[in-house]
Design a protein around this ligand. Structure first.
Ligand code: SF4
Length: 93
């Protein structure tokens, strides 16, 4: 499940380091002249475009090429709760 990353941003040096890794990655995808990650499950829309997405400090490459791994601990609380609810079904009253 994809989600939009928010929060602090990285400086130009870290952005460039990430960009170079993504440009050399076999999962990188190009769509209408813009670049996206093909491994994260994000749709090809504005917030997922790599020129924007790689700026977010909390972003984690799903293949651990930078920043660790996207997992439950990186998810915002509301998404963890949403995922849990989807697994367990609707709450009984
Ligand atoms: S985020 Fe990771 S998997 Fe996705 S294109 Fe960049 S290096 Fe490849």
């Amino acid at each position: 499940m994809g989600y939009t990353v928010t929060g602090p941003k990285v400086d130009d040096a870290e952005f460039q380091r990430r960009w170079d890794i993504c440009m050399a990655c076999e999962k990188r995808r190009e769509h209408e002249g813009k670049f996206y990650c093909g491994a994260c499950g994000c749709p090809k829309w504005g917030p997922a475009e790599l020129t924007r997405k790689l700026r977010w400090q909390r972003l984690r490459c799903p293949l651990k090429k930078f920043g660790g791994r996207v997992d439950e601990h990186d998810m915002p609380q509301r998404l963890r709760e949403q995922e849990k609810a989807e697994k367990t079904g609707p709450l009984k009253k």
